[in-house]
Ligand binder design. Structure first.
Ligand code: GAP
Length: 495
């Protein structure tokens, strides 16, 4: 189904996924805070990415470089000179716009043909009364715009106690450079042969002129980046190694997003045209996702050639090569760079998982998140909160399951509402403790020691001995088995 951004923003705030940064002070521009469920979802995305791309591959290692780096890094990388956007300012209201995007927003117009009435006109369209196109500030509709000037997107700061030019450095605008400057350290420490890659997850900062669309474009965000070093003199599948590996990484990244739930119909490839390519790239392919505002970049996979390693060699004077024992030659590797934004991935997973369904005449909102991404894996719900033995069993179960999976206990509403709450945040399993579980001591009735598990997507329920819970969840949550595989032998119960 198609879902609007407003619905996701509202769900995110209401249920504690994402809050506006510094909200009590009116908010900080384009910065967001991840709440109790958001931080779990974000950590899960990073954890499965790291496991799948770094830990489970024998051609990959990891790195965690610092955010603050030597300022020359950013001259060598080209960011000081090239990491700019053309920008125009309104002479009246002083607002600032990206010159190349100024016609992509709706504009304010005081129309002379209607006695100066104010209209908001759709982006790129003329006024239907006077036929005029936008020339003034799109926001206030009054001020003239300055000629475009280049604006560097890096956040400047000072290293040390003195605010002087010599102390200027930048918050990193990409994690990639931390990998390039450590290329030789990692090579020496791990004795790798080409091809091999270095993966890193970390914060990046860009003073975006036109941030927006919730967490899609922000000024502080997180990246999951891989720099994969290949020998350009080698052939793979009858092609130059860099070109063959580029295609493999594109396919691997596409498969990864599909594996964790993105509908392949909502993802497509975009090949950069020559005039779109970054100064360092031989070829770049983006994975686009069908976001509510239209197809937009989810991640990019670039062939950065030997640009970065050569630049850092030039600026640092240190050779950044790999010695090819067979050919007895020093090689400057080519680099394939799959680069994904954590926040953008999280937004895509949320949008793709969101469903509104009709269940027995009522609306059910459900996040069909992949179980490995779901912030809470199991909710333990007591059917009667006045029965101390039911409550005690519930707490005991929460604590036992909580050692392996994020598990919560909730007894603050009736069972139907508790299920809906968990559906809305994507909890794959609810475990209900009821009177039959614990029995009734006053009537001399023994409990059967069984609980009900309800599965989020099918809403099926099965009754299982408490002792089987860890085995069942272990097979599904850690072993990749499906609900149907695991539950075939248990009796279904009425929901
Ligand atoms: N090292 C290459 C690089 O940084 P990029 O296309 O500028 O390439 C890679 O960024 C990814 O980082 C993007 O595809 C996007 O997912 C994420 N990203 C970039 N700028 C962002 C921003 N302002 N807010 C959120 N995510 C961003």
């Amino acid at each position: 189904m198609t879902v609007t951004m407003d619905v996701i923003v509202s769900l995110s705030k209401r249920r504690g996924f994402i809050f506006q940064s510094s909200e009590i002070y009116g908010g900080a521009g384009a910065a967001w805070d991840y709440g109790p469920l958001g931080v779990e979802l974000k950590n899960n995305i990073k954890r499965v990415w790291w496991r799948d791309f770094v830990q489970q591959r024998d051609d990959m290692v990891g790195l965690d470089a610092s955010i603050l780096m030597h300022p020359t890094v950013w001259r060598a990388s080209g960011h000081v000179d090239n990491f700019t956007d053309p920008m125009v300012d309104c002479r009246e209201c002083r607002r600032r716009f990206r010159a190349d995007k100024v016609d992509e927003t709706d504009w304010t117009h005081y129309c002379a043909a209607t006695k100066g009435n104010k209209f908001t006109i759709k982006a790129g369209e003329p006024c239907k009364h006077c036929g005029q196109r936008r020339t003034l500030c799109p926001e206030c509709g009054k001020g003239e715009l300055t000629a475009p000037r280049q604006f560097n997107l890096m956040f400047k700061t000072f290293m040390g106690p003195v605010e002087e030019d010599a102390a200027v450095t930048y918050l990193r605008p990409e994690t990639a450079q931390g990998i390039f400057v450590n290329f030789d350290n990692v090579l020496q420490a791990t004795r790798r042969k080409l091809p091999f890659g270095i993966g890193q997850i970390g914060k990046a900062f860009r003073n975006e002129i036109t941030p927006g669309n919730f967490i899609f474009r922000t000024r502080e965000f997180e990246q999951m980046e891989i720099e994969y070093f290949v020998n350009p003199h080698e052939q793979v599948d009858g092609r130059p190694a860099d070109e063959a590996w580029h295609d493999r990484w594109i396919a691997d990244c596409q498969a990864w997003f599909a594996r964790y739930g993105l509908d392949p119909a909502n993802v497509k490839l975009h090949e950069h045209a020559a005039d779109e390519l970054a100064h360092y790239a031989k070829r770049t392919v983006d994975l686009l996702y069908r976001f509510p505002m239209g197809w937009s970049e989810l991640m990019g996979i670039a062939n950065r050639t030997d640009f970065d390693l050569k630049q850092h060699t030039k600026f640092s004077g240190k050779s950044l090569t790999w010695f090819d024992e067979e050919r007895k030659e020093h090689v400057v590797p080519y680099v394939i760079e799959p680069s994904a934004g954590v926040d953008r991935a999280l937004l895509a997973f949320l949008l793709d998982a969101y469903r509104e369904e009709q269940v027995r005449g009522e609306k059910r909102v459900v996040l069909r998140l992949h179980p490995e991404l779901a912030p809470v894996k199991v909710a333990v719900l007591p059917l009667l909160k006045k029965r101390t033995d039911i409550v005690a069993t519930g707490h005991e179960l929460r604590s036992r399951l909580g050692r392996r999976w994020v598990t919560l206990y909730d007894d603050t509403a009736a069972i139907g509402r508790l299920y809906r709450r968990q559906d809305e945040v994507g909890t794959p399993f609810c475990v209900t403790v009821d009177v039959k579980t614990v029995g009734d001591a006053e009537k001399g009735e023994a409990g059967d020691g069984k609980v009900t598990i309800r599965e989020r997507d099918s809403m099926e329920q099965i009754r299982v001995p408490i002792g089987d819970l860890e085995g069942i969840f272990g097979r599904i949550l850690d072993g990749g088995a499906t609900w149907t595989d695991v539950t075939a032998g248990y009796p279904r119960t009425e929901s």
